[in-house]
Design a binder for this molecule. Structure first.
Ligand SMILES: Cc1cc2nc3c(=O)[nH]c(=O)nc-3n(C[C@H](O)[C@H](O)[C@H](O)COP(=O)(O)OP(=O)(O)OC[C@H]3O[C@@H](n4cnc5c(N)ncnc54)[C@H](O)[C@@H]3O)c2cc1C
Length: 370
């Protein structure tokens, strides 16, 4: 397998596409003896968070992600946090207009509310700077037939360039180019995620999970972030824009002020529904984070597995190159098992009939006097 650039003649041992939580973790932790280049299309930083576009994300750090940071010896800088920190999620089912409303319920959650943009920039800042090429958009990757390495073609400053590497890591998220090029038959369900930011200085702090089976078999969210309210959802690709508009209208009907958004973000999000849609790579190509399908189909929480898979691959590629794909496949077995558990749980949350029973009964909910 192609590794050790000096011996093989490749420009780098490992080329990584994408520097989100998965790519940045890999770049931070892989052995300094590996010659690594990470391509990241975003600039990352410079503008105030409300004007800059980052990853379309709820920006909630779940307990599993907090545990990963602890295991990796990291503590969160305060300036990554946003106000407020909320410990109960308000759960609403807004399907139907005329019928009797289902009760809203509050469930305890222990998320950390953060600025996703500042979180990503912070993780990048922990990597050796020479490893990351920012504003570098990878256009294509091909396998070099004679040597088993890879040629990566990218654009930076309007210039096309190509580098070669012995191994390839796809850390390029839900729309992964690497996955589409090298594993085109390993399909995974994708949804259109879209969210808008609204000025909301006078609104009480809000953290809501919103269900509406007429518009999506996934879910929507409302999250206060500093002086904004972020309203979004994940919708089937067919008619996603109209579904989002209808979703907002229904929320407005419930008194939530969603007028004049200051920005809109969107992306495709993976939603693995069977374990066969998870793909960790093969033949010198490795997938980490969401590109592999490591994201919860029930909550869309994926930062924890991005951090974990990035660290696991860094351990594997710091060692002997022989059998690296096999060793990485075994290393992520625990993630696959936990993902399978979430897949079993998902129908309980997303079958309207079962959800209605849960909401009506109030089982496991908090009694909050507001
Ligand atoms: C709407 C939404 C809400 C979510 N909310 C949460 C949440 O609250 N908590 C949580 O834990 N998870 C959440 N997730 C999931 C979480 O965002 C992902 O699981 C996580 O970002 C995966 O990290 P990653 O590093 O694998 O990919 P990403 O974070 O997507 O990073 C991929 C990186 O690759 C770069 N890139 C992509 N293609 C190229 C290219 N061709 N050339 C160069 N660079 C490229 C991108 O710019 C990006 O920086 C949410 C997802 C969505 C869509």
């Amino acid at each position: 397998m192609g590794i050790d650039a000096e011996k093989t003649g490749f420009d780098y041992d490992v080329a990584v596409i994408g520097c989100g939580p998965a790519g940045a973790t890999f770049a931070r932790l892989v052995s300094p003896h590996r010659r690594v280049i990470v391509f990241e299309k975003q600039n990352g930083g410079g503008k105030p968070a409300d004007l800059e576009f980052g990853k379309c994300c709820g920006g909630l750090l779940a307990p599993d992600a907090q545990k990963q940071l602890a295991l990796q010896g990291l503590t969160l800088p305060r300036d990554i946090l946003v106000d407020p920190q909320i410990f109960a999620v308000r759960t609403m089912d807004i399907a139907g207009s005329g019928q009797a409303k289902l009760p809203e319920r509050y469930y305890q959650r222990s998320y950390i509310n953060l600025s996703r943009l500042r979180f990503d920039n912070w993780l990048r800042s922990l990597c050796p700077t020479e490893r990351i090429l920012k504003c570098a958009y990878v256009k294509s990757v091909s396998r070099l037939s004679e040597s088993r390495g890879f040629a990566v073609e990218y654009v930076k400053n309007n210039q096309r360039n190509t580098v070669t590497a012995g191994l390839l890591v796809g850390a390029d998220g839900g729309q992964s180019l690497v996955r589409r090029l090298f594993f085109p038959n390993n399909g995974i369900d994708r949804y259109a995620a879209v969210q808008e930011w609204y000025g909301a200085s006078d609104l009480s702090p809000f953290y809501g999970a919103v269900f509406d089976a007429e518009l999506t078999d996934c879910y929507g969210w409302l999250i206060s972030k500093d002086r904004y309210l972020v309203a979004g959802g994940a919708f089937p690709l067919d008619g996603a824009a109209q579904r989002f508009s209808a979703f907002k209208e229904k929320l407005k009907g419930r008194g939530i002020p969603l007028e004049n958004p200051v920005k809109r973000e969107g992306c495709l999000v993976c939603r693995p529904k069977s374990i066969s849609s998870v793909c960790d790579g093969k033949d010198g190509v490795f997938l980490i984070g969401e590109a592999a399908g490591f994201i919860s189909p029930s909550s869309l929480e994926g930062i924890s597995w991005a951090l974990e898979s990035g660290a696991l691959l860094a351990g594997v590629l710091s060692g002997e190159p022989q059998g690296a794909n096999r060793r990485y496949h075994s290393a992520v077995r625990g993630i696959r098992l936990r993902l399978a558990g979430k897949m079993l749980k998902s129908p309980f949350l997303y079958t309207p009939f079962i959800r209605h029973i849960i909401l009506k009964s109030g089982v496991a909910s908090l009694s909050i006097d507001l």
